[in-house]
Design a protein around this ligand. Structure first.
Ligand code: NAP
Ligand code: ZN
Ligand code: ZN
Length: 351
């Protein structure tokens, strides 16, 4: 089916150092299994910033980032059964996977052994480079499109597609729930969702933030305790305490200091993605039989489960809605840990 909106408005990065600027990109025709989505809102994830600045490695410019997307289905391909025109839908960090490897067959397509197809900066089946959500429309194969419950406020839903699932997945996998002490390190986009979700799962939640300026917010999101990591006493007072620590920090941390906060059989999961290698002392792991783990986004099935969980528990991200010409200022505020707690671009302002 011919896509009448092939050339669409967007905001693109043109180099690692230039500000993002207005641009256009080409979207493919709507194939038999595709849906065309008119994007309403797109969240700004710290991964967008790492990517466009080349911190995770060289990328091909120009690139349109954005992998927290919500909008409305405006066209469907002939074979589409999962979505209808007018549905409120979302797209997260991936738009396809090989569907045949062991991990895909196990329903963990985020860990596709052939590499999932990222929403931006990945080579798509047709050989083009995928372009993300800072744009007015996107075409995605139907089974990588999520249903966004109408009870979640529309302008707040987008960050669930990355910040929500990236924190829900490890919290669910490591059984955050009643009787479990969970610490969340860093209360930015991911961290504030980790607090809300872990609290809704019934865990006892502690925030470990650089200072105390976000304490009232943290408690409002469901934290039972809140400590400043700038104070050395914090690490003494909380030694051997937590069953699970979710580290959302975008910069390198002293891993041994945080691992020493784990109780017997405790696990610290890194979802924060600094580019640098992080040293750790194995003796810190011997004590209390501790584990250090990582976790990457979540599967499509788990993302739908998370969206439904958030709707059921009345959880939504805290967002600052911005126009497209505020994206570069928003990036600077994210880098200063000054986001409260996710910037969301109103796609109607893209030009
Ligand atoms: P964000 O909004 O910038 O939040 C990060 C938070 O970490 C900040 O708000 C701040 O919280 C804390 N922080 C920042 N710099 C710090 C420093 N130098 N030392 C100590 N704490 C610091 O970022 P985000 O969008 O939540 O993303 C967080 C990280 O997760 C990024 O690296 C991103 O790429 C990564 N990520 C990974 C996945 C995955 O699949 N694993 C998915 C999405 C994102 P306080 O002010 O409370 O200290
Ligand atoms: Zn992200
Ligand atoms: Zn696969």
């Amino acid at each position: 089916m011919e896509n009448p909106l092939k050339t669409v408005k967007a905001y693109a990065a043109t180099s690692a150092t230039a500000p993002l600027s207005p641009s256009t990109i080409e979207r493919r025709d709507v194939g038999p299994n595709d849906v065309l989505i008119e994007i309403a809102y797109a969240g700004i994830c710290h991964s967008d910033i790492h990517t466009v600045r080349g911190e995770w490695g060289a990328i091909k410019y120009p690139l349109v980032v954005g992998h927290e997307i919500v909008g409305v289905v405006s066209e469907i391909g002939d074979n589409v059964t999962l979505h209808q025109v007018g549905d409120r839908v979302g797209v997260g960090c991936m738009v396809n996977s090989c569907r045949t490897c062991t991990n895909c067959l196990a329903g963990s397509e985020q860990y596709c052994l052939n590499g999932n197809t990222g929403t931006y900066g990945a080579v798509d089946a047709d050989g083009t480079v995928t372009q993300g959500g800072y744009s007015t429309h996107i075409v995605v194969v139907e089974d990588f499109v999520l249903k966004v419950p109408e009870s979640i406020p529309y302008e707040a839903a987008a960050p669930l597609l990355c910040a929500g699932i990236t924190t829900y997945s490890p919290l669910a996998h490591w059984n955050a729930g009643p009787g479990k002490k969970v610490a969340v390190v860093g209360m930015g986009g991911l961290g504030h969702m980790a607090v809300k979700i872990a609290h809704a799962m019934g865990a006892h939640v502690t925030v470990l933030s650089q200072g105390l300026s976000k304490e009232a917010d943290g408690r409002r999101f469901g934290a039972d305790a809140f400590h400043a990591t700038s104070k050395p006493e914090t690490f003494e007072a909380l030694a051997n305490t937590f069953d699970l620590i979710v580290n959302t920090v975008s910069a390198p941390l002293d891993l041994d200091a945080y691992l020493s906060l784990l109780a017997l059989n405790g696990t610290m999961v890194n979802v924060g993605a600094p580019p640098e290698a992080l040293p750790l002392h194995v003796f810190t792991l011997f004590n209390n039989r501790r584990s250090f783990a990582g976790s990457g986004i979540g599967s499509i099935g788990e993302t739908q489960e998370m969206l439904d969980f958030c709707a059921e528990h009345g959880i939504a991200p805290e967002v600052e809605l911005i126009a497209a010409d505020q994206i570069n200022d928003a990036y600077e505020r994210v880098l200063k840990s000054d986001v409260r707690y996710r910037f969301v671009i109103d796609a109607s302002t893209l030009g």
